[in-house]
Design a binder for this molecule. Structure first.
Ligand SMILES: C[S@@+](CC[C@H](N)C(=O)[O-])C[C@H]1O[C@@H](n2cnc3c(N)ncnc32)[C@H](O)[C@@H]1O
Length: 354
């Protein structure tokens, strides 16, 4: 078997090289490159978080899983994914536009407008009480900012707040900087927390990155708070869940934190193979162009190679819908909506009212 991808292998020195597919492109820079971010006012609070005792363990054992086309353990995947998103944080928004020809904006706009935050109570809670939206793997804030704009401006309902949660401080910090452009009322309704989606009982408010060598992904041992049971009206995750090491654990956590009647909504890349001609063009583009664009624009081929492989590995629509059902959600109809022929899909589930 060929050698491991050099940059990702640096992220986990003990990674067995035989787990990786052949890859001939050397990255010109270290995955842990410097993240240049404004450090202004990074302290924040979340409406969901309960103080809790600090915990020390990670959520799961070290079972095997996939990192793109490679086989790794769950803890290795967590570190590799963290390295990928630390590496891409600064170029993430620009690369999204280039890779998708701007389509990700249309999908995100559609995702948010169909959820229609702020229009009506999303769960069985008192209609006059604030609606809490938890945007998991929220990264640089694209979904959270749209949610706030839709609720506060389109639906003229300022009684909606959003927490952006992500395992990666570099991504969240870019989001925090971007949020400075939002109207003050929307900034006030926004909070940032670091957490692993697979265990939302361990979170902490976003802390600034102080040095280049500092670990930029969340360590559960530093947790100071928890997202309580039955506290969230709407749980969103966009283009995040395929990166999780233990997707069923994350779905169970979504079910735990949602109020009865609360909505789980996931926007993720999916399968377009119902349209074979279109699908073959799309696959060519993904596997040939995206890693190359990553190399030319972001100086980072490996991370974008992982992104296309992770899309390929993600379960098909029916299989993911069944995982949502297994986690205790109810779905209506077939349970998902295809976007652009299935290149992406929106899955939704409702936590049953008891
Ligand atoms: C492709 S980005 C999506 C960001 C944003 N939701 C968007 O649509 O632009 C994926 C995000 O998932 C985060 N992520 C990966 N694994 C995670 C985990 N186990 N828990 C929480 N976030 C995770 C990454 O740090 C990254 O910010």
């Amino acid at each position: 078997m060929a050698a491991a991808r050099p940059a990702l292998r640096r992220a986990i020195p003990s990674l067995r090289s035989s787990t990786f597919l052949p890859h001939h492109h050397q990255r010109p820079q270290c995955l842990h490159h410097h993240v240049t971010i404004s450090q202004r006012s990074l302290s924040t609070s979340s409406p969901f978080c309960n103080d809790t005792q600090t915990t020390t363990s990670s959520p799961s054992s070290d079972r095997e899983t996939h990192f793109g086309f490679s086989t790794v353990t769950e803890s290795q995947k967590r570190q590799l994914v963290a390295s990928v998103f630390t590496s891409v944080a600064d170029s993430y928004d620009k690369m999204n536009d280039l890779m998708s020809f701007g389509w990700h904006r249309i999908w995100k706009d559609h995702f948010v407008s169909t959820l229609n935050p702020g229009f009506a109570p999303l769960s069985s809670s008192d209609p006059s009480s604030p609606q809490h939206i938890l945007d998991i793997a929220g990264g640089t804030g694209d979904i959270a900012f749209r949610m706030l704009h839709h609720a506060h401006t389109v639906n003229s309902n300022p009684n909606v707040n959003v927490t952006i949660s992500d395992i990666n401080r570099a991504m969240l910090s870019v989001g925090k900087s971007r949020s400075a452009e939002l109207p003050a009322s929307q900034q006030a309704a926004l909070s940032f927390v670091e957490a692993n989606a697979e265990d939302l009982s361990k979170t902490r408010p976003l802390t600034p990155i102080l040095s280049q060598s500092e670990q930029t992904f969340f360590d559960p041992a530093t947790a100071t708070s928890s997202i309580p049971d039955n506290s969230v009206d709407l749980y969103t995750v966009a283009f995040g869940i395929r990166n999780f090491s233990d997707i069923p654990a994350a779905l169970r956590e979504a079910n735990r934190v949602l109020k009865p009647g609360g909505i789980f909504a996931c926007l993720e890349f999916s399968k377009a193979d119902r349209h074979p001609l279109f699908n073959s063009v799309y696959k060519e583009w993904s596997f040939r162009a995206i890693p190359l664009i990553g190399q030319l624009v972001a100086g980072d081929r490996d991370s974008y190679q992982y992104l296309v492989e992770s899309i390929e590995r993600f379960p098909r629509q029916e299989e993911f819908r069944d995982m949502i059902l297994d986690a205790g959600f109810k779905v209506s109809g077939q349970g998902w909506e295809d976007l652009t022929g299935g290149v992406a899909a929106i899955h939704r589930g409702m936590k049953p009212r008891v």
